[in-house]
Design a protein around this ligand. Structure first.
Ligand SMILES: [Zn+2]
Length: 313
């Protein structure tokens, strides 16, 4: 456990305790990190691949050369939505799917309506346009005998009652399904295997739904952030490191809708960026990426980066 206010190293973060508690009924998923821990155990070469990605991307965090390499100034990511359903409620409407694509495009272009709520002290470090766009490519619907899925990637395998990804090197695969244990979604970080690459979102947290306070499609905004190499803003440890220079240290995950100005208990009591998409706050109360997070995401697309296959013309 990192106990000082110094941001830790990669290895410290990977070994960080996952013991901090989450409320039972209204928690967001901490599954991305748990899935990563399992994958690191199962695949002895994953840690070194992720370390190499860290070495490669970190120089890009000081300025923004990455997006200059993108076609027309933006990366456009084709999205395959794999709807794995066991009943009609889980076989979500196309309109719900489209609402999710719209939310991703708003949040990743910084044109979300609530961006105006960013407090003045964080305006200098807000991302603005991340220059990533999402285009619905295909919707694949699969009737499954499985009534719910866990985080073991069963939904990504036919043998697990799900479906394998389509062209995962060039298309972002999203799966919607029923997830057990109150999990809203989980993601695979860059460096993982193509066969399991993408994000999984609870069917009624995908797009605009009635699952208040997780009803505004920002579970996917958060999980796609992981898919583009972002860590939780608290670094998955007390005062942990998210490898981003302009995000303040957080005591830990924040939930609900903290009042603006909530401070970390770290020495110096920095104001936490609880409205960041990579915290665990309610969808209504998260509405920004930081400029450093934008650089970190953009760095995945440059030549040699782990998402460069998505940047090919
Ligand atoms: Zn997460």
């Amino acid at each position: 456990m990192i106990t000082s206010c110094t941001k830790g190293s990669f290895s410290e973060e990977e070994n960080a305790s996952l013991s901090s508690s989450t409320p039972t009924l209204n928690h967001r998923s901490r599954a991305a990190q748990e899935v990563l821990q399992q994958q690191l155990t199962d695949d002895p070469t994953l840690a070194s691949r992720m370390e190499a990605i860290e070495q490669f991307t970190s120089p890009y965090q000081q300025d923004l050369p990455a997006f200059k390499l993108l076609k027309n100034g933006n990366i456009e990511i084709p999205v395959v939505v794999n709807v794995v359903y066991n009943n009609e409620a889980e076989n979500i409407f196309l309109s719900q799917i489209k609402s999710q694509i719209d939310i991703l495009n708003a949040d990743y272009s910084g044109t979300n309506k609530d961006i105006s709520q960013v407090p003045s002290y964080f305006v200098p470090v807000k991302a603005g346009d991340v220059h990533v766009r999402f285009k619905l490519d295909t919707v694949i619907r699969v009737l499954s005998k499985k009534t719910s899925f866990g985080t073991n990637d069963g939904v990504k395998k036919i043998a697990g009652g799900g479906i394998t990804p389509t062209d995962p090197e060039t298309k972002l695969n999203m799966w919607t399904c029923n997830l057990s244990n109150g999990i809203l979604g989980y993601a695979q970080f860059p460096g993982g295997k193509p066969a399991t690459d993408g994000v999984v979102i609870l069917y009624n947290a995908f797009g605009i739904t009635n699952l208040f306070p997780y009803n505004l499609g920002r579970t996917a905004t958060h999980e796609v952030g992981h898919w583009l190499n972002l860590r939780h803003i608290w670094g998955d440890a007390q005062f942990g490191d998210d490898f981003v220079g302009d995000t303040p240290l957080h005591t830990g995950a924040n939930f609900g809708c903290p009042a603006s100005g909530a401070r970390s208990s770290c020495s110096g009591s920095p104001v936490m960026m609880t409205m960041n998409y990579m915290d665990y706050t309610d969808h209504l109360c998260m509405y920004m990426f930081s400029a450093g997070q934008k650089s970190r995401m953009n760095a995945t697309f440059v030549a040699g980066g782990p998402r460069n296959s998505f940047a090919q013309p």
